[in-house]
Design a protein around this ligand. Structure first.
Ligand code: ZN
Length: 87
């Protein structure tokens, strides 16, 4: 893997959001959606009323992201965000 794709377009984010409702989204897709929601106000609105999604995300966080994993993801994200804003 050369470069992890952190940034997905809003269309993709909404698509993942829809997929989670049918439990078809992968964990990685949900992580990407989470990252997208960090900086995208519009998609936060889109997902706000989706209680089921929140539930799924919370569950996946508890099960799959320990503190160390989260920390390294945060660093990677900040790096990617910097690269993204430099462009
Ligand atoms: Zn968006």
């Amino acid at each position: 893997m050369s470069k992890i794709k952190f940034f997905i377009p809003c269309d993709d984010a909404n698509h993942v959001c829809d997929k989670t409702q049918y439990k078809e989204a992968t964990l990685w897709e949900m992580i990407k959606l989470n990252i997208h929601l960090l900086y995208c106000k519009f998609c936060r609105e889109y997902t706000k009323n989706n209680a089921k999604l929140t539930k799924v995300l919370k569950k996946s966080e508890v099960e799959c992201l320990d503190k160390k994993c989260k920390e390294s993801m945060k660093l990677d994200f900040e790096k990617a965000l910097k690269e993204h804003s430099d462009q």
